[in-house]
Write a protein that binds this ligand. Structure first.
Ligand SMILES: Cc1cc2nc3c(=O)[nH]c(=O)nc-3n(C[C@H](O)[C@H](O)[C@H](O)COP(=O)(O)OP(=O)(O)OC[C@H]3O[C@@H](n4cnc5c(N)ncnc54)[C@H](O)[C@@H]3O)c2cc1C
Ligand SMILES: *[C@@H]1O[C@H](CO)[C@@H](O)[C@H](O)[C@H]1NC(C)=O
Ligand SMILES: *[C@@H]1O[C@H](CO)[C@@H](O)[C@H](O)[C@H]1NC(C)=O
Length: 622
């Protein structure tokens, strides 16, 4: 366990002791030994992460860059059977036990386990945030972003994938990808175990969080009163409400490493090198063939060779960055930065897709329906519940319900194909200075808009357009791997995305008219957002202003190495995920997505890894 992990645990146990002592509650003090025993037992799980390989071996059949969602799948699948050697290179270090506690998710941002990227200042998304800049977290750790995400499992709609296929990506339609979504899964939710849409026995466990707040139950009930179904939104139909399916098991995070790497730690043909930052893909300029990579570890440079292929799974920010630093990308851009051009590919870094969420939609109630972070952290019982039985509010990230809406009656309505998602945040995460700071909400904005809610019963709804029209781009600032790339998301850059969000907000407001919410005095929080007071509250112009000011990118960056046939000028990889114009080089992660999906991207990343590894295997018949 890392020093930070131990500190967190110690703090938790100390809180239990202190509180119990203050309340002279001997029964809680008595539970401390069992809490320690539990933590020590659980901690053993994380010693199953494969060891850091420090051999001098410098040639492998496959070299995979990045141990995130997709990279872990590739390492596992390409090393099964034992005939090929696979080296997985990861810039970050080991995952630790404290990262598996769902509620600690917020504490994993802005740490050294995170790349902590920033976007460029924007007038369309987060114009009211500090410096008009959005925080852009990404995991820098074995397991990648699956170690610090919110664990929601939302695949997207069948039409999303059919659209991928329609532009020439043969095999990537819904029927082509569904077997891989099933293959990755080990469904734990009893009534979904035998569904034809779900899988059992795969590496990634899917479960509900054990904890469900009153809010979650009430929202599902209110949804029914509005005429929506409660359903498996990853199944036959998507429109409706549901408890959120998560990449967790028995109240603990189930990361890419836990699922795909822990079980293969003894394979003799699999090697994992941690704290290894790849800074260049080696490509023979004459034959345009990739043959290895250069990486930096503990201040030293190393070269490794790939006998068969180099596979880039560094994620949507680092994959295009690495391609460009290696001479594959838009020619003029590379020349300006004095990077020798090996292959002119104008699409690299373009097509930056994302979701954008409005953060200011808050409802108040007469009764408490969920707990705020200070309430959760301040109650000794929560630690006892979690650290003995994996129950209680610490066993959830704070989001337990989602819903999908078709926006009937608007110009965006498409029957059966929801355009809008809402996430119900059980314990207004943002009504808390610390969490608000994580989103870069400046103190002044916090004090006027959020602080008045601190002692009220409230909850928040994160709302977003599932298929925004806005597309951004990623470029390099210079030719140095240590300089973060320039991330211009352009979220809410297109008027249509703002309009969809307004329509969705209005749908959410209607929920307060349901008997369920009337009973608890549900009301829209109608303090005008600072900077938007000049507009009539609730008018289109008001919401437009509010959305541009208090929105965040929803961390679903993708698309920066677009998959499409070569005839598409913006394409970077073929439907076999091979980089156009270069041999023995593929990109396999969420950067290949040609269009946004109506979902969240970790399971998309797993699916791409699973399908991608089969495509690789097909080309290397033993
Ligand atoms: C705060 C947050 C919340 C989220 N919530 C959800 C959610 O609830 N549900 C969901 O489905 N998705 C969620 N996501 C998104 C999801 O986790 C990611 O989209 C997904 O993990 C992307 O997978 P990937 O394989 O493309 O990249 P990643 O998982 O990011 O993996 C990339 C890996 O490559 C490594 N790497 C990068 N550059 C280099 C280099 N030069 N050398 C060596 N290694 C390198 C990185 O360190 C990392 O380990 C969330 C994301 C964030 C940030
Ligand atoms: C690996 O190679 C051996 C022979 O070299 C062969 O017998 C075996 O079937 C191969 N394994 C797989 C999974 O293909
Ligand atoms: C879930 O976790 C609790 C607490 O550690 C443990 O007692 C229980 O056996 C676990 N259940 C499963 C199915 O692993």
């Amino acid at each position: 366990m890392s020093a930070r992990g131990i500190l967190l645990m110690a703090a938790a146990v100390a809180t239990v002791l202190l509180r119990a002592a203050r309340a002279s509650d001997q029964s809680r003090v008595d539970q401390v030994p069992s809490i320690f025993a539990h933590i020590m037992r659980e901690e053993q799980i994380y010693t199953r992460e494969p060891c850091d390989d420090d051999s001098a071996a410098d040639a492998f059949d496959f070299v995979v860059v990045g141990a995130g969602a997709a990279g872990c799948v590739l390492a596992n699948r390409l090393s099964e059977g034992g005939n090929w050697t696979v080296l997985l290179l990861e810039a970050g270090g080991s995952e630790t036990y404290s990262m598996s506690v769902p509620y600690f998710m917020g504490r994993l941002q802005q740490t050294e386990f995170n790349w902590n990227y920033r976007t460029v200042p924007s007038d369309t998304v987060g114009a009211g945030l500090a410096g008009k800049i959005n925080y852009c977290p990404k995991g820098k750790i074995v397991g990648g972003t699956t170690v610090l995400n919110a664990m929601c499992v939302i695949r997207g709609h069948r039409k999303d994938f059919d659209r991928w296929e329609a532009i020439g990506n043969t095999g990537w339609g819904y029927e082509g990808v569904l077997p891989y979504f099933r293959k990755m899964e080990d469904m734990q939710i009893p009534h979904l175990k035998n569904s034809k849409y779900h899988g059992r026995g795969g590496p990634i466990k899917i479960d509900y969080f054990p904890y469900q707040s009153e809010l979650s139950k009430l929202v599902i009930q209110a949804g029914k009163e509005m005429g929506y179904e409660e359903l498996d939104y990853n199944g036959e139909k998507m429109t409706g409400f549901g408890r959120v399916q998560t990449t967790s098991f028995n109240g603990t995070r189930w990361s890419a490493s836990r699922g795909y790497l822990h079980p293969i730690r003894h394979r003799k043909n699999f090697f994992l090198r941690k704290r290894s930052l790849v800074y260049k893909i080696l490509i023979n300029d004459g034959t345009k063939t990739a043959f290895g990579v250069k990486y930096r570890r503990d201040g030293k440079s190393f070269t490794v060779f790939a006998r068969r292929e180099v596979i880039v799974s560094a994620g949507p920010i680092a994959a295009p960055q690495l391609l460009m630093l290696s001479g594959v990308g838009p020619k003029e851009h590379l020349q300006k930065l004095k990077i020798p051009v090996i292959h002119d590919l104008p699409g690299v870094g373009r097509n930056l897709l994302n979701h954008g969420a409005y953060l200011g939609l808050i409802f108040t109630t007469d009764k408490p329906l969920s707990r705020t972070p200070p309430q959760v952290y301040g109650d000794a019982a929560n630690y006892v519940d979690y650290f003995t039985a994996h129950r209680g509010p610490l066993s959830s990230v704070g989001i337990e319900t989602v819903s999908f809406h078709e926006l009937k009656g608007t110009e965006f309505y498409s029957p059966g194909y929801p355009r809008f998602e809402s996430q119900y945040v059980s314990s207004t995460l943002i009504v808390n200075r610390e969490t608000a700071g994580g989103f870069r909400i400046p103190p002044r904005l916090y004090d006027t808009y959020f602080k008045p809610l601190e002692n009220k019963n409230s909850f928040q709804v994160y709302v977003f357009d599932l298929r925004p029209k806005s597309v951004g781009k990623l470029t390099l600032a210079d030719n140095n791997i240590d300089t973060p790339p320039i991330i211009d998301t352009n979220v809410f850059g297109e008027e249509e995305d703002v309009k969809v969000t307004i329509a969705g907000i209005r749908e959410m407001i209607k929920m307060m008219d349901t008997p369920s919410f009337k009973k608890v005095g549900g009301k829209l929080y109608d303090t005008p957002l600072p900077g938007c007071e000049t507009y009539a509250f609730g008018s289109d112009d008001y919401w437009k202003c509010a959305i541009h000011k208090l929105s965040v990118i929803f961390y679903h960056e993708s698309g920066t190495c677009k998959m499409a046939p070569i005839s598409d000028k913006m394409s970077v990889v073929s439907p076999e995920l091979k980089v156009h114009g270069i041999r023995n080089l593929r990109v396999i992660d969420t950067s290949i997505m040609p269009f946004m999906v109506s979902g969240h991207l970790s399971v998309t990343g797993y699916m791409i890894g699973e399908k991608g590894s089969d495509l690789v295997k097909k080309d290397h018949v033993l």
